[in-house]
Design a protein around this ligand. Structure first.
Ligand code: SF4
Ligand code: SF4
Length: 98
């Protein structure tokens, strides 16, 4: 394909869309770039139940050495599900700064 422009490609040469060509490659993608709001934890309200961890659809929440939870902002998309599910309202969603 060297030297060909996009318009020179035939349909047989175009990469197939809508598939994951390499299984297990999601860890390489910084999906947190899409986020406009982020979760912020209030440790004074957290009872360490782990519900936020269980409900995060991106598996972006991890438990720290003290048993509290945090979001890995590399992956967190800011959906707010963790804040919605937290039984003690220990998570607030705050706007990302520009
Ligand atoms: S759901 Fe709320 S109380 Fe439970 S671990 Fe997460 S932040 Fe703490
Ligand atoms: S905002 Fe959504 S993606 Fe981010 S940590 Fe909470 S549940 Fe996970």
């Amino acid at each position: 394909m060297v030297g060909k422009t996009k318009t020179d490609l035939t349909w047989q040469e175009i990469e197939i869309g809508g598939i994951v060509p390499t299984p297990g490659n999601a860890a390489e993608y910084k999906t947190g770039d899409w986020r406009s709001i982020r979760p912020v934890w209030d440790r004074n309200r957290c009872v360490k139940c782990g519900i936020c961890y269980v409900f995060c659809p991106d598996a972006a929440i991890y438990e720290d050495d003290e048993g509290y939870f945090e979001a890995d902002l590399f992956y967190c998309k800011g959906c707010g599900i963790c804040a919605h599910e937290c039984p003690t309202q220990a998570i607030a969603m705050v706007e990302e700064e520009e």
